[in-house]
Design a protein around this ligand. Structure first.
Ligand SMILES: Cc1cc2nc3c(=O)[nH]c(=O)nc-3n(C[C@H](O)[C@H](O)[C@H](O)COP(=O)(O)O)c2cc1C
Length: 323
């Protein structure tokens, strides 16, 4: 997730939590050959990896640039690259990047033909249902099926929805029926019970991508895979405390001055405060903090009084709306 799951976040995450099989790096915009510099690729340099397999992600709509970047990624040792056709942000969409490609099957066809024909890496894509219209993905699927994509990750919302409302599992089911290659489900997995519902409805799916839910509850993969006993409150707050200290000390080493470090850590708490009993107050207080000194005192105070209260199981009626 761009801006949040940096290499520093990913390294620290894997030191403290288990259950993840693979990571996808935040998207990198495609650029022309002369602008592919080490800074652009720094986040995914193998020496910076967490130890888990990593799939780099590109966003763009120029086949030549895409292919050249795939060569640069192959040189770094990557065999697979994901193409982001799902980013919902308007400035990106307007340039026919991210989800902006979804309403243009002919354009995507031409791009995939070149990229799949010339890329030294396998290509996977990440899509939404459409920009405004859910039928857009359905029209795109025959194009996707023409290429040997290593997987299609489907987030069943439209781009205009951004992250509002609930995921549309019926629309996902229709897309899943039509897609011929491997499919990965993505969207709203923020608790084990929702994972189980998706898994029960689509038992053949073995690939799940987690986003915001995992940032809020880093134990989620452990819970899903039964690696941990959920509900051990003290232990979980202690583990979050250790993770936070690890990440903070990393950012203090590589960023200069209080402000950049505070910026990163405030983003961290956007998600990480949610399952803490006093998380709302913590986040409110942190927003106004201007110095690392006061930041540390506030976090220490709140974590020492926090209880771990992850998202409760929704009532059956609201789950039914999602299914
Ligand atoms: C702040 C933020 C940054 C994101 N950055 C990326 C990104 O770089 N690449 C990507 O494929 N998805 C990105 N996403 C989308 C998530 O990967 C995911 O598809 C979306 O949040 C829905 O899944 P979730 O409900 O599990 O979070 C981002 C989402 C957010 C909120």
């Amino acid at each position: 997730m761009r801006g949040i799951t940096t290499m520093h976040y990913r390294q620290a995450f894997v030191r403290h939590f288990q259950g993840l099989d693979i990571e996808m790096a935040p998207f990198i915009p495609t650029v022309s050959a002369d602008r592919i510099n080490p800074k652009l690729l720094r986040d995914i340099l193998p020496e910076n990896n967490s130890g888990l397999p990593l799939i780099p992600q590109l966003i763009g709509n120029k086949a030549n640039d895409f292919v050249l970047m795939c060569h640069a990624l192959k040189d770094l040792g990557y065999d697979e690259v994901n193409w982001n056709m799902g980013c919902p942000h308007k400035p990106i969409r307007k340039k026919q990047r991210g989800a902006g490609l979804l309403p243009h099957p002919d354009l995507v066809d031409g791009l995939l033909e070149k990229v799949c024909g010339q890329s030294p890496c396998r290509i996977s894509v990440k899509v939404r249902l459409g920009v405004a219209d859910k039928a857009e993905l359905q029209k795109l699927i025959p194009v996707l099926n023409r290429y040997p994509l290593s997987e299609v990750i489907v987030h069943p919302r439209t781009a205009e929805q951004m992250y509002d409302g609930s995921v549309d599992l019926d629309a996902f089911a229709e897309a899943y029926e039509l897609l011929e290659g491997p499919v990965c489900y993505n969207g709203d997995i923020d608790r084990r019970s929702f994972y189980s519902h998706v898994h029960e409805r689509f038992p053949e799916i073995t690939r799940f991508m987690l986003g915001r839910g995992l940032l809020a509850n880093p134990f989620l993969c452990e819970e899903i895979k039964n690696l941990t006993q959920s509900g051990v409150t003290g232990n979980q707050v202690e583990r979050i405390t250790a993770f936070h200290e690890d990440l903070l000390s990393h950012y203090e080493q590589i960023l200069h001055g209080d402000h950049p470090v505070l910026g990163k850590m405030k983003e961290f708490w956007t998600y990480q405060s949610k399952p803490l009993s006093n998380g709302r107050q913590l986040f409110k207080k942190l927003k106004k903090t201007q110095t690392l000194h006061s930041y540390k005192a506030i976090v220490r105070e709140f974590l020492s009084g926090a209880q771990w209260t992850p998202a409760p199981c929704p009532d059956p009626a609201s789950l039914y709306n999602c299914l």
